[in-house]
Design a protein around this ligand. Structure first.
Ligand SMILES: Cc1ncc(COP(=O)(O)O)c(C=O)c1O
Length: 445
């Protein structure tokens, strides 16, 4: 495998790839010493040809797994036509894709971006632009005052300045301060706190319908309903970040469709073009109208290749009835994990919807992720103790059974390792405690 030629050049060995990365990449990721070279369906393969079962899906991106034949066909076709044309001109796919996203979301208009964080920053700009436009027509007293943004505790919205400013976790914010001013955080699902902070100076409330990076925590119905009411009363935008939980992941097109009302703006990205970079801001007519020609833009966003691929992704989800599959496989996975939780007392809770599940541990999750990888399972851990599972929508019943069996073996192995570690630690502690006494005794002599 390592000697295979890629694009006419001899493939670089995995060891050389790691050396180059260590020397020349900015040090932003802690990676295990594996180089993945290809994938097919729900499986990934490393440079030595070892197979792995992928329950992370490129962090909720590869909803159709790897190398889906229909996607490969569209990408080949469009790459031979035009990869990029420029947003100064129409292309064949933006309009149809925008129409489909409007249908799925219940909203009206779309702006295409290259990533989730750009969609979030664009949504913040849209909410501010709407507030500014309204105030121009209003009394001069309040002009410029409707600029505050509310977000939730434990949120994650991305890495650009606007997105970081509404992200709650300190490690993502602190090194980059000062951030965008005017942001305040509301306690998660705390209606009283929301009411106290939501006044006329607020232009947007941004929330993840289900927090992903935060550890799979869902906004509850009472909080959503009150957020909707307050946003309407105060003429502010309710913005649902569905970058991780949207586009089918929970078994609904959008996670907010479990509630009776719509947001004003939603943002999507991750699976939209099934692995190619594409995000979108989707808004109601009322808010969308605040963007006028020249107000916002992007060079790459919404090119023909990515939009054609996204259209194919949405068509496959519909034609293959994948939402029902997500719900069924999700229920099997959740039930299996709950059985494991009953056996292993370090599993505090299993939660989530569809194929977006979290396993909350009372211990450090890193050794479990490592052991899983050693046994050919790809999973992830967030906030040090919440295992996050985001498998592709095309996962089969037998993949779930295989995952659960391997997961059980991983949990047995790591709990044995933990027992051995704690026995070692107790022994070490005992040695340390006895040492000073020995020394003290020897001084007396
Ligand atoms: C809920 C949510 N919002 C925003 C983002 C940022 O998206 P991107 O990494 O595409 O910029 C993420 C990424 O994980 C996310 O999960």
């Amino acid at each position: 495998m390592t000697k295979r030629k890629i694009a006419g050049r001899k493939a670089v060995s995995a060891a050389r790839i790691r050396v180059n990365e260590a020397r020349h990449l900015m040090n932003t990721y802690k990676r295990p010493p594996i180089v993945f070279t290809r994938g097919r369906g729900c499986r990934m393969y490393d440079a030595d040809g070892r197979e792995y079962l992928d329950f992370l899906g490129g962090i909720a991106v590869n909803a159709l797994g790897h190398a889906h034949p229909r996607l490969v066909r569209v990408i080949r076709r469009e790459a031979g036509r035009a990869i990029h044309l420029s947003n100064l001109f129409h292309n064949a796919y933006q309009g149809p894709l925008a129409r489909k996203l409007a249908e799925w979301s219940g909203l009206d208009r779309v702006f295409f971006t290259n990533s989730g964080t750009e969609a979030i920053d664009g949504a913040l700009k849209l909410a501010r632009a709407y507030a500014h436009a309204k105030q121009k027509g209003g009394d001069s007293e309040s002009a410029g005052k409707k600029t505050r943004i509310l977000a939730l505790d434990n949120s994650f919205h991305g890495r650009t300045f606007g997105a970081v400013s509404i992200t709650h976790t300190a490690k993502y914010r602190d090194p980059f301060e000062p951030l965008v001013p005017g942001v305040e955080f509301v306690r998660f699902n705390d209606v009283a706190d929301l009411e106290a902070k939501f006044d006329d100076s607020v232009c947007a409330l941004v929330l993840e319908t289900i927090q992903g990076e935060g550890g799979i925590f869902a906004v509850d119905q009472r909080f959503w309903n009150r957020a909707r009411e307050l946003a309407t009363q105060r003429d502010a935008a309710l913005v649902a970040d569905e970058i991780q939980c949207g586009l089918g992941r929970t078994g609904r097109y959008f996670a907010y469709q479990q509630f009776d009302s719509l947001p004003d703006i939603t943002v999507v990205a991750k699976p939209l073009a099934a692995g190619l970079p594409l995000g979108a801001i989707i808004a109601s007519e009322k808010f969308a109208s605040a963007f006028t020609p020249g107000a916002h833009g992007t060079t790459f966003g919404g090119g023909p290749l990515v939009c054609a691929t996204a259209l194919e992704f949405l068509a496959i989800v519909e034609e293959e009835n994948l939402l029902a599959q997500v719900r069924e496989r999700g229920a099997e996975l959740s039930a299996g994990l709950k059985k494991l939780a009953a056996r292993f007392d370090f599993i505090r809770e299993v939660r989530g919807q569809g194929l977006m599940l979290g396993v909350d541990l009372t211990c450090d999750g890193a050794p479990i992720v490592q052991e899983a990888l050693r046994r050919g399972l790809i999973i992830n851990c967030t906030h040090d103790h919440i295992l996050r599972l985001l498998p592709p929508f095309i996962i089969r019943k037998r993949d779930i059974a295989e995952f659960l069996a391997k997961c059980e073996a991983v949990l047995v192995a790591t709990s044995k390792m933990a027992v051995a570690e704690s026995a070692k630690a107790i022994k070490l502690k005992a040695t340390i405690q006895t040492q000073p006494k020995v020394m003290a005794a020897s001084r007396q002599l």
